[in-house]
Design a protein around this ligand. Structure first.
Ligand code: DC
Length: 224
């Protein structure tokens, strides 16, 4: 079975999806990490992010692998564990740029479909319910106001000891939303049959409980 969770940057997708997978005993797959790993590889080779042809050609030598270690997703780029390296704002922006390239998407969508072949998954991203798994058992479109999403990123980064500016985070998320929503191939949209969950005024626990209840009521998922 597949639960697809899509939505804009900072809506809480990964926190929520991870917790739901944990509660159900399913596998959590963060597809954004795949786009981030490709972006890291492209940047580290000094390839211009606007050079679609060179990026497309480079894909032949990019191997992305997902493993779960102690229930946490680890992402490997050509055998190197890059799980932590991909969490910078430079990579966030580059991932959004290369995610507009169809060849990149085709590659990663294929990998995402393969990963769900043999196991139940909770997968988060931008196009999981609309493109990757149009027949997903349950589709959630998770969102929150831009200000609230900025607050969360600001808190997260500050707690990690980073010195960041609220306004800068706000503009970066706004820009990334625009890029993700306006690209031609698989833009961020709410699938017709996706259920909208606005998390602006909800705690993570409330959102998790709400989605688990939907999974139980709508698709008969059993959990303790
Ligand atoms: O979820 P994230 O912030 O880690 O994703 C990074 C970028 O990757 C995001 O700006 C858009 C892209 N992405 C995508 O296009 N499709 C997905 N399924 C997941 C992420």
């Amino acid at each position: 079975m597949i639960i697809a969770i899509d939505g804009p940057a900072g809506a809480g997708k990964s926190t929520i999806a991870k917790e739901i997978a944990q509660k159900l005993g399913w596998v959590y797959i963060d597809t954004g990490a795949m786009y981030r790993a490709v972006a890291l590889c492209i940047l580290s080779q000094g390839i211009d992010l606007a050079d679609t042809n060179t990026i497309t050609a480079a894909l032949a030598n990019i191997q992305i692998k997902i493993s779960h270690i102690n229930k946490n997703q680890h992402i490997f780029l050509n055998k190197e564990d890059v799980t932590n390296k991909i969490r910078t704002s430079e990579i966030s922006n580059a991932a959004s740029t290369i995610a507009a390239i169809s060849a990149v998407r085709d590659n990663l969508v294929q990998l995402q479909r393969t990963l769900a072949h043999t196991t139940n998954v909770v997968m988060d991203g931008r196009d999981i319910g609309s493109v990757v798994f149009p027949n997903a058992d349950l589709k959630i479109f998770l969102t929150a106001s831009l200000a609230e999403r900025t607050n969360r990123r600001f808190k997260e980064q500050t707690e990690n000891g980073k010195i960041v500016e609220w306004n800068k985070i706000f503009s970066e998320i706004e820009l990334r939303d625009k890029a993700d929503c306006s690209r031609v191939d698989s833009p961020l949209i709410q699938a017709e049959d996706a259920i909208l969950v606005d998390t602006s005024n909800l705690t993570a626990d409330m959102v998790v409980d709400h989605i688990l209840q939907l999974a139980k009521d709508k698709v008969g998922v059993q959990f303790d």
